[in-house]
Structures are given as structure tokens and as C-alpha cells.
Design a binder for this molecule. Structure first.
Ligand code: GAL
Length: 639
């Protein structure tokens, strides 16, 4: 094309029309559930990992010892099947053919005569025990231990090139090796290689690493190349599909909550870390828990928020701190966190084994519905979290975060149960059923104590489900966030490495403003024109939610409007309901201050319902906060 013929306005028009052509309307109904239908990790992955137990000082005897204990103790039968080798396993990358070599001094079964190595005998052994095998890599050229564990005896060796053990530039080769040749079932992919190896950084200079211009700045989402990070991980996912085509392989994304992974992790991996590393400290556990607990709508079968592995057995969660250890476990269970034991299982005391092997609590975590627990009450002191179980019951956690005793009321309303019908609680630590009550009951909690119950009662919504009760059936396809912002609702703990030398912990994990169950995207009470809702979905305008009609509901309904907490009080929005891609209902224009309007649609026979909130003629980028109050699916299969 000879551009010289075109006038400037014509050029602008051309640019606009190509742009419009290139970007399809993200709010147009998809007519289907757009997340990959995964067969792996339908419930949160469970097992053991070497990292919290041994850091890089992992070896075959330690791993097989853990594996044997999983089998002998019955933990494997409960679901703890993945045995994951974390950082520390590698010796080098052979430079003539790029093949990775295992450090056979610590994994002797991997030695192959002639200097080669293979993890195949090791994974065969685990598989013969009925277990699954997991391995660890990095998305960049170098791993985390090469920056943070410089005293380790198990760092990769050799020249600069030989020490480049990460996936960068070797995705196809390494993934073929891990899955096709070595038979692994699970891969955790860390991100230090694209984070801490900047040119001129002391670590790079002193250790003669090749520099990698950082794609992630953990302190700044603006300085993070989100699309690039995502695409590197998507390439790994695609390679796994090539070399483990049965769909049973699991990909764990480890960008520590950075790069906005809390939004897109579900589209690329089976689990994604929502925060930086856990440590065996109470306040760190709070931090990690908070990074995942507000993200219920982002987790579902095949895709889980990962607040990091369990640290039970160490520090604040050791056998002398069983209250804390039990809290850590119950909290991870109710928010559908992956359950990876991080303890040397060869010598685990019974008191700890009793925690991991609480079958009732594991069942809460592994419920097939995959509905992450939703926060029903929150303060900095105590929290109530309620999770829908597939047997029609609820699981409830009452959590005392602090160092003072606390009295907590638990109400029928919080559990979305009828206030006038009997409610039964079974204590999942003691197995005892408590006296029946109606309306509300109360508990005294010791400092840092967590009570966890299975609850039966009469549902408040007798012929349906509120959508906030079934987050596992909701996919936040488009969340309406224009510029990602760090999430401030995460416990800020004292620096574990820096103490109080720096200015303290700042909010860093993008995702603030994402869709929420039973709260607005910015964690306010749902409220439209003065009317508040104790249930509903809070979502920004410019969003599209997909809802799977798993129970063959016949109606969808909600009371919709601009939320009173909106930051943009001027612009108008419209709410639309689609069924399998067909427009079923629309609200007409709604503005800040207009009363909630009822929107409903007949969804008989519909497989995927889409809830769209449009604001097509905005005058500013300020978020318009909207509420689908009391959003519910009615009719359908009895529950
Ligand atoms: C960290 C990661 C940890 C562990 C460690 C290994 O980045 O978050 O879970 O894998 O690297 O060096």
C-alpha cells in the first residue's frame, strides 16, 4: 500500500477500523464455557513437596521416605498422591545437545552408564507405589536457588551455559524430557529467571550468569510485562499438551502472585501461586491466606488459587503449636488450596499426622463441586468462611486471627440457611455433633484457634442456589479491570528477610477490583440505592461472567444496579443475560442512585449463562462498580 496517497484523517480512520477488526468485543457472548475443560486437578492437588522440608538439600532417600510414609500411613489413600521434587535436583545442562542432567549424587537411581541420567527409574518407583511424580523448573534461564541459596551444595555446576537449567529457549526439549521421557505427572514452573537476573545485578556479576532483562517487577505491576509472562507460561502449557497428551499432567504456575496471575492463572495452569513464599510464621500464613481467600470466583475444578504449600510441622506450626497448625490446615482446606505437606515425613509425630489425615477436613477440600469457601464475615480479628459442599451441606470455618480470645456468632444467614429451621453442626476436629440450634449460635475461640464444621440445615433459597454459593460454576471471563491495581486487603507482615530496616510491606498483588462473591470488587457491602444485599456478585462494569448451568436450573434472576460504592457516579451501565449465546434479558440503562431492578430469564435447557455488564459510553476510566444482588439460579435438580 502506498501510504502517501492517504490523508491524515483517512489514516486515522484506517487505523481505527483495523483496530476494531483486530479486537473482537470482549463482552460479546461466547456462547460456551471458555476455560479449558481439564481432566487433571478436578479437585485441588494434594501430596508432598521437598521444598518446605529440605529446601535444596533434597535427595532420593528423603523423597522416597516421604513417599513410603504417604502409602504406609494411609495419607495416599486420602488423596496425598503427588510427590514433588522442588529446586535442587539438577546438575547442569549438557551444552552439546542441551539435555538436562540430574545430580545423580543425590538421586542415584537416575545414573545411566556413560554419564547420562534419567529420572525414569525414580518415577517408575513412585508410580509402582500408586503415587504421582512432580518436578520443578523455571521459566527463565536460571532458577531461584541460583540467586537465593548460594550456600547450597546442590546448585547447578559448570560454565555459564551449563548452569542455565531453566526452560527459556528449551521449552520443547525439556518438557519432552520431563513428561514423555521421564514420566513426570506434574511440573511447577518458577519465575526467578525472569525476575532477578538483571544486567549488572550483583548476583549476575558475581556468579557470571547471563543477564535476563526482568519481565517481572514484584513491586510494580506497571513495570511487569504481563502479556509476555503469560505467553511464556502458555508456551509451556502447550508443550505439556504435546508431550502428555492424555491431559493428566498438572502445571503449577509460580509467579508469586505477580504479573496479574491471580486473574489469568486459570486460563493457563491448574494452579497458580497467589503470593510470595510462605514461611513457618503465623503472620506470613495470614498474608498467604489473604492473597487467595478473596479470590473465590477465580478458582474452579481444574484451576486453583495456590497460597503456597503447607508449613505444618515447622516454626509457629510445629508439634508444640497444634492450635496454629490446625488453623493453617483448616484454612487451606476451606479455600480449596492445594494441600502439599512440607515436612520430613520419615519422622512425623502422631499429632501432626492426625492433622494431615483428618479425613473429614480433606473431604471438605476435595469436594467435587470445587466451590471455594466464601468470606461471610471479616475483620482483622476474626473471619467466618462458608463453603458449599456437593452433598447439600455447608462447611464453615470460624477463624480467630489474633492473640486475644474471641467470641464469635455464627448465623443462619451467613450460611444461607433458613433462620427458622434447625441447624446441625458437626465439629470436624472432634467428630462430635453439637446441639441443634436455630437462628444463631456462638463460640468462644482461643487465640489463633480455628473451628471447622460441617453444617446441615434448610436452605434459605429452597429451590435454587445463589451464585455466590457456587463460585466453582462461575468463570470470570472478563473482569472489567482497566488498569491492574495492587490488592490492599492482604495482611502485611513484618519483613522476614529485611526485618524493620525497610519501610514495611506494601500491597503488591494485582487483582484489586476483581469480581467478588458477596462483596463488591473493592470489598464493600453490596448496596444499590440504599438497599444492601447480603448475597450477590460484585463486579465492575465492562465484565462478562460465564455460569455453568450444572444443576439444570430453569431461571436465572438478580436485582441489578450500579453499586453505591461506585467510583464513577456519572456513567450509565446496562446488565444483560445471555443463554448459550442468545440474548435473554436486558436491564435498560442503570445509573448510580437508580433503585435495583429485577432482571430474570428463562434458562431451561441452557448450558452456559452469561452475565454481562456493559458501559459503552463511558466518559472516564474510573471504575463503575455494579452489583448483581441476590443473583441466583432457581429450579433444576434438587440439592
Ligand atoms: C521460590 C518458590 C518456592 C520454591 C523456591 C525454590 O521462588 O516460590 O516455592 O520453589 O523458589 O528455590
Amino acid at each position: 500500500m502506498r501510504l502517501s496517497f492517504l490523508t491524515l484523517p483517512a489514516l486515522a480512520l484506517l487505523a481505527a477500523s483495523t483496530a476494531a477488526h483486530a479486537a473482537p468485543d470482549p463482552l460479546a457472548p461466547a456462547g460456551r464455557w471458555t476455560l479449558p475443560e481439564r481432566t487433571a486437578a478436578r479437585t485441588p492437588p494434594m501430596g508432598w513437596s521437598s521444598w518446605n522440608a529440605f529446601r535444596t538439600e533434597v535427595d532420593e532417600a528423603k523423597v522416597l521416605g516421604a513417599a513410603q510414609t504417604l502409602v504406609d500411613s494411609g495419607l495416599a489413600r486420602l488423596g496425598y498422591r503427588y510427590v514433588n521434587v522442588d529446586d535442587g535436583w539438577w546438575l547442569k545442562r549438557r551444552t552439546d545437545d542441551g539435555r538436562l542432567l540430574v545430580r545423580t549424587a543425590i538421586f542415584p537411581s537416575a545414573a545411566v552408564p556413560g554419564g547420562d541420567s534419567s529420572f525414569r527409574p525414580f518415577t517408575d518407583r513412585l508410580h509402582a507405589m500408586g503415587l504421582k511424580a512432580g518436578l520443578y523448573s523455571d521459566i527463565g534461564r536460571n532458577a531461584c536457588s541460583q540467586a537465593y541459596d548460594l550456600q547450597s551444595p546442590n546448585l547447578p555446576e559448570g560454565t555459564t551455559a551449563e548452569r542455565e537449567v531453566g526452560l527459556y529457549g528449551h521449552v520443547d526439549q525439556d518438557i519432552a524430557l520431563f513428561f514423555r521421557d521421564w514420566g513426570f505427572d506434574y511440573l511447577k514452573v518458577d519465575a526467578c529467571g525472569i525476575n532477578v537476573y538483571a544486567a549488572g545485578a550483583p548476583i549476575v556479576v558475581q556468579n557470571d550468569y547471563r543477564a535476563f532483562p526482568p519481565l517481572i517487577d514484584q513491586a510494580s505491576i506497571n513495570r511487569t510485562d504481563v502479556p509476555q509472562v503469560r505467553s511464556l507460561y502458555a508456551n509451556v502449557a502447550a508443550a505439556i499438551r504435546r508431550y502428555a497428551p492424555d491431559g493428566d499432567a498438572i502445571l503449577s504456575l509460580c509467579t508469586w502472585g505477580s504479573a496479574d496471575v491471580r486473574r489469568w492463572g486459570k486460563e493457563v495452569g491448574h494452579l497458580w501461586r497467589t503470593s510470595q513464599d510462605i514461611t513457618p510464621s503465623w503472620t506470613r500464613m495470614l498474608h498467604n491466606f489473604d492473597s487467595a481467600s478473596t479470590r473465590a470466583l477465580y478458582a474452579k475444578p481444574g484451576a486453583w488459587n495456590d497460597p503456597d504449600m503447607l508449613f505444618i510441622g515447622h516454626g509457629d506450626f510445629d508439634a508444640r503449636h497444634l492450635t496454629e497448625a490446625r488453623s493453617h490446615f483448616a484454612l487451606w482446606a476451606i479455600i480449596n488450596a492445594p494441600l502439599f505437606i512440607g515436612y520430613d515425613l520419615r519422622g512425623a509425630p502422631k499429632s501432626l499426622m492426625d492433622i494431615w489425615s483428618n479425613a473429614d477436613i480433606v473431604r471438605v477440600n476435595q469436594d467435587p463441586g470445587g466451590h471455594q469457601g466464601v468470606i461471610a464475615y471479616a475483620s482483622d480479628d476474626v473471619q467466618t468462611i462458608v463453603k458449599t459442599l456437593s452433598n447439600g451441606h455447608k462447611a464453615v470455618v470460624l477463624f480467630n486471627r489474633g492473640l486475644a480470645p474471641a467470641t464469635m456468632e455464627l448465623t443462619a444467614v451467613q450460611m444461607k440457611l433458613a433462620a427458622d429451621a434447625p441447624i446441625t453442626l458437626r465439629d470436624l476436629w472432634t467428630g462430635k455433633t453439637l446441639p441443634v440450634f436455630t437462628g444463631e449460635t456462638r463460640f468462644d475461640l482461643a487465640p489463633r484457634e480455628t473451628r471447622i464444621f460441617e453444617v446441615s440445615g434448610t436452605r434459605r433459597l429452597r429451590d435454587g442456589m445463589y451464585l455466590s454459593e457456587v463460585p466453582g460454576d462461575v468463570n470470570v471471563a472478563v473482569d472489567g479491570i482497566i488498569e491492574p491495581e495492587p490488592d490492599p486487603v492482604v495482611h502485611r507482615m513484618m519483613g522476614q528477610w529485611s526485618g524493620t530496616r525497610d519501610t514495611g510491606e506494601r500491597p503488591v498483588y494485582a487483582g484489586w477490583g476483581g469480581a467478588q462473591a458477596d462483596a463488591t470488587p473493592y470489598d464493600q457491602t453490596l448496596q444499590i440505592a440504599g438497599r444492601s444485599f447480603d448475597t450477590g456478585l460484585g463486579v465492575l462494569a465492562g465484565s462478562r461472567l460465564e455460569v455453568r448451568n450444572t444443576r439444570a436450573a430453569t431461571r436465572v434472576e438478580a436485582l441489578v444496579g450500579v453499586d453505591d460504592s461506585t467510583r464513577n457516579t456519572r456513567d450509565a451501565v446496562e446488565f444483560l443475560i445471555y443463554g448459550d449465546g442468545r440474548l435473554l434479558a436486558r436491564s435498560g440503562t442503570r445509573r448510580f442512585g437508580t433503585a435495583a431492578t429485577s432482571l430474570s430469564a428463562d434458562v431451561r435447557g441452557v448450558k452456559v449463562i452469561e452475565l454481562v455488564t456493559r458501559a459503552d459510553r463511558r466518559t472516564s476510566d474510573l471504575p463503575i462498580i455494579t452489583t448483581w444482588g441476590e443473583a441466583a439460579l432457581r429450579g433444576g435438580a434438587p440439592r
